[in-house]
Design a protein around this ligand. Structure first.
Ligand code: NAP
Length: 279
């Protein structure tokens, strides 16, 4: 087989990986756009990461998504790291270039903002402070993107306060740290509210943050997408807020990667949502 007639392969590496929705998502787009490629979930142990990354391009891979626990470590294996991946300190997308170089990017922040813009079109980042719950990996991408689009102040509360303080150190004076017990107070007067914790996710602890201070004008987003309508989103919608689910972020972050690997910019619409949800 000659180089140019190879079937393009992509996939996702992580551990565990069986739960990942990405194969359904990319598989749907490959079929929809008639692209003769494949997207494969790969369970890769930490000590095998380097060998696997080096071998994949030789086997016909054009790139991979990267998920827990490899998102930070892959940065050291890349030849080129985008500014936003460097700022976030993690990559979710690798592109294996024809010249042999490995390009690392992070599209989570892009996906987060694109999802808000699509599903809350009147959202104005400059309308007021944002309140972010959580300070883990996803919060870093959310913070970087909120700063990039011009949110004037970002309030952040995390169960482990030191992690929130570390983000303030890194992302600067726009970030204001609140105690986790003040998370409800922090929401008061916020124009944008984002849950980046795993609270409310199926199998995890319940989301119990008081929402009395939530303004009906706020745009509220939950990164948790299983269940799709979380308690936060249900309560936000019930008082009239725009409530944006996490599935849209998952799909939006995948679109630029698909385009880089397979050459077609895919649509983010109801059809792909249904494909991910109904498997
Ligand atoms: P992570 O790095 O492990 O961070 C988890 C966060 O949740 C931390 O802030 C942690 O606080 C907090 N947390 C966990 N259990 C808690 C509890 N019982 N009480 C209070 N806080 C708790 O995970 P991540 O990668 O940031 O992901 C976080 C969530 O976002 C997950 O549900 C993930 O599925 C979702 N996510 C969605 C998308 C999407 O595209 N929609 C993308 C990325 C992530 P501590 O620091 O105190 O532990």
């Amino acid at each position: 087989m000659t180089e140019h007639s190879r079937i393009p392969l992509a996939g996702v590496i992580g551990s565990p990986i069986a739960h990942s929705a990405s194969p359904r998502l990319h598989g749907h787009w490959l079929k929809r756009y008639g692209i003769a490629g494949y997207y494969i979930p790969m369970d890769v142990a930490q000590d095998a990461l380097k060998d696997v990354i080096r071998a994949l391009p030789k086997a016909g891979f054009v790139g991979v998504n990267v998920t827990i626990p490899h998102k930070e470590k892959v940065l050291a294996l890349a030849d080129v790291v985008t500014d936003r991946a460097a700022l976030i300190g993690a990559a979710n997308t690798l592109i294996f270039r024809k010249d042999g170089r490995i390009h690392a990017d992070n599209t989570d922040g892009y996906g987060f903002i694109a999802n808000l813009r699509q599903n809350a079109p009147s959202w104005d980042p400059a309308a007021g402070p944002a309140a972010v719950l959580g300070a883990g990996g996803a919060a870093r991408a959310v913070l970087a993107s909120l700063i990039e689009v011009g949110v004037p102040e970002i309030r952040i509360a995390n169960r482990t306060r030191t992690r929130a303080e570390a983000l303030r150190q890194e992302f600067g004076a726009k970030v204001v740290v609140y105690d986790w017990v003040q998370a409800g107070t922090m929401i008061d007067g916020a124009a944008t509210v984002v849950n980046t914790t795993s609270l409310g996710m199926t199998g995890k602890s319940d989301f119990r943050v008081p929402l009395d201070g939530l303004s009906p004008k706020a745009v509220v987003s939950d990164l948790v997408y299983a269940p799709l309508r979380t308690r936060l989103l249900e309560e936000a919608a019930s008082i009239g807020c725009a409530a944006v689910d996490g599935l849209g972020m998952l799909i939006h972050q995948a679109a630029p990667a698909f385009e880089r690997w397979f050459g077609t910019r895919p649509e983010v619409d109801e059809e792909v949502r249904a494909a991910v949800l109904n498997g």
